[in-house]
Design a protein around this ligand. Structure first.
Ligand code: SAM
Length: 288
């Protein structure tokens, strides 16, 4: 059993990060908080119980409340009532950091709006873990979360990220990763450096690095399982800010077709035509 260092917790909502694979990635502070909080809330109560069992943290007679996307409206009042009564409440999502493509945002906002303490006990997140393994620059990055599941929506979302001046980080399902990479080649250009990180901190951890084109080709021929993060390095377009691109396109769109405007601006700014065309389409639509 872990002996808590600080068994006295001030009232407030404690957001704790939990492991994304290896159970020992829990932090000592998160364990202290799990030991001492008056109430526990979790996206998946069974995963939290399992984690607590592994680390010898007893639940005792403390309430453990389920709080996820589908019951948040019903569960929140109970948690808020505990905060109003001056209790300490700990919240954990199923894995990793709450609110990072996970529930917790509405709860945190309600705690802040109610004037309660909001405390973070940071720890694992798949996005940052993948970033450190990708071999891609980590000085500037953009967490894009999950893309829309397919078709033109995914392509147009990718188009919006084309000019981001930093490494792009996506969460993706193993079933869709091959199609997502194919779209990324089309929209962002196949020459960009990229990485596919799978099952991080787990037994079958795998990191593949290459150009987008190479990864797309490789993944098209594989059946993948597990949890995946895809990262895409900045393209040449990354040196052009969105503002520069938008203002060049706005000018070029005056009296020209979307196609012609995209050709002119892509050549002007030395960018790949596809993302410029996508953005030109969006701007032209917004003008209608
Ligand atoms: N809150 C979590 C975090 O901080 O990373 C993310 C939760 S989100 C619902 C789950 C997604 O995160 C998975 O579909 C996958 O894209 C990514 N993920 C989580 N654990 C992972 C792991 N061990 N290896 C690779 N990706 C992981």
């Amino acid at each position: 059993m872990v002996i808590p260092v600080n068994p006295e917790l001030a009232p407030g909502l404690y957001l704790i990060a939990t492991p994304i694979g290896a159970a020992r990635d829990i932090t000592l502070r998160a364990l202290d908080i799990l030991h001492s909080a008056d109430m526990l809330a979790a996206e998946d109560t069974r995963s939290l119980r399992k984690l607590m069992d592994i680390h010898g943290v007893p639940l005792g007679d403390r309430p453990l409340v389920s709080y996820h996307d589908h019951n948040a409206g019903r569960a929140r009042p109970r948690i808020m009532a505990a905060l109003e009564a001056g209790k300490s409440v700990v919240y954990a999502s199923e894995a990793g950091t709450p609110m990072v493509s996970d529930p917790g945002f509405d709860l945190a906002r309600a705690a802040v709006e109610g004037g309660h303490g909001l405390i973070s006990a940071p720890g694992p997140s798949a996005a940052v873990t993948a970033l450190t393994l990708s071999g891609l620059p980590a000085d500037r990055f953009f967490f894009a979360g999950f893309l829309p599941q397919g078709g033109s929506k995914r392509k147009s979302a990718l188009g919006q990220f084309a000019a981001v001046p930093g490494t792009l980080i996506f969460y993706e399902s193993p079933k869709r990763v091959a199609a997502m990479l194919r779209d990324a080649v089309e929209v962002l250009g196949g020459a960009r450096p990229a990485a596919m990180c799978r099952e991080l901190t787990k037994k079958f951890e795998e990191v593949r690095r290459g150009t987008l084109e190479e990864l797309a080709e490789e993944m098209a021929g594989r059946t993948l399982k597990g949890e995946i993060v895809v990262l895409v390095g900045q393209g040449n377009s990354g040196t052009v800010s969105e503002i520069d691109l938008d203002s060049a396109l706005s000018e070029a769109l005056e009296g020209r077709s979307v196609r012609d405007a995209a050709d002119i601006v892509a050549a002007q700014l030395g960018m790949k035509r596809r993302p410029v065309y996508q953005r030109a389409l969006e701007l032209a639509k917004a003008r209608e």
